[in-house]
Design a protein around this ligand. Sequence first.
Ligand code: PMP
Length: 401
Amino acid sequence: MNVFQKDYLMTAGPTPLPPPVSQVMAEPILYHRSPVFIEIYERVLRRLRTVFQTEREVLMFAASGTGAMESAVSNLIAPGDAALVASCGKFGQRWAELCDSYGARTLHLEAQWGERVDPDEVDRALSEASGEVKAVYTTHSETSTGVINDVRAITETAHRHGAVVCVDAVSGLGVVDLPVDEWELDVVVAGSQKALMTPPGLAFSAVSERAHQLAGEARERGAASYYFDWARTLEGQAKQQPDSPFTPAVTLVRALDVALAMIEEETLEGVFARHAVLGRAAREAVKALGLELFGPEDDNANVVTVVKVPEGVEGTAIPKKMRQDYGITIAGGQSQLKGRIIRIAHCGYYGAFDILSTIAALEMTLKELGADVTLGAGVSGAQQVFLEAGIPMAQPVASAP
Ligand code: PMP
């Protein structure tokens, strides 16, 4: 192991694990029907409701986030049903692919990558469809571009036209406020491996009464799902002693329990505030370095900071060099944005010095790739934000003398 080059994972999933989360996964495996596991399972389901800001049961599956997205299509869409996908990037496109796979009549409203979904456009598309659309599928945090959508306005629009809304919050949940019950979001999906500080492998669907009802109607019209059938999972989870219909990923559930306890201790407001400072510091660093941010200026864009590759620099070389030379993993652009942007993620177990180290390495990398940057300029921009925020940068170590 090259200690001189420690690893920093600055990608939007998987994200680093807090040590207590890693440690609990080394414990012996529990039988999923044992009282000790049932107690953990029940607690995790309760803690999930806190993070989703909902009273409803949050359905949990052993899958990556896409599994929960798939459940939102397979349960709600019967072949031939009209669905509107309002996308603004790669993960929004996934909704359209899923809808096509389940035989939907997919209407796809695509915003430019780097722009937000426009609720007025959603309104127009739903009007043109004359009330036929059963469900609107959209994205909270579009990880491929860094854009945060106005989910509340999109939801109000969908509801005015009698459609339910399904929100992909895979990267945004636990970073940017998304009050599921207050905003009357019908379906919200997420995964374990980003802000929830747990390895990949758990997927969640928070499903409203209304969406469960619609799923029942869709089933009568021919919608089909087995592992991801919401009614089956709900029946198991809602028992006095919750009981997953299939073997739950017991080790990941234990890990999630520890991670959610950490969120509970920090408080959800505290978690949002920390991400807001991290996002602001990253954006200020980028600007101080003379680089341009990709996408609209937005105080809520705190999941991933997306930067345009400066003129004359080979875009794909930046993440490659940062990883190889400095052990810092960031992401480049996907699909049409390949080589044009870099993405520095900070959703999850991140603190001030993760940002400062990453910016320092970015400066060194850009300089070596021939860009006109001043070493320390970006770091200084971020430092300023952290000092002004005045937050404690570290917890006292309990065992220190
Ligand atoms: N949606 C968004 C916004 C994402 O960021 C991701 C993962 N990067 C996904 C969906 C897909 O999740 P998974 O890879 O866990 O299936």
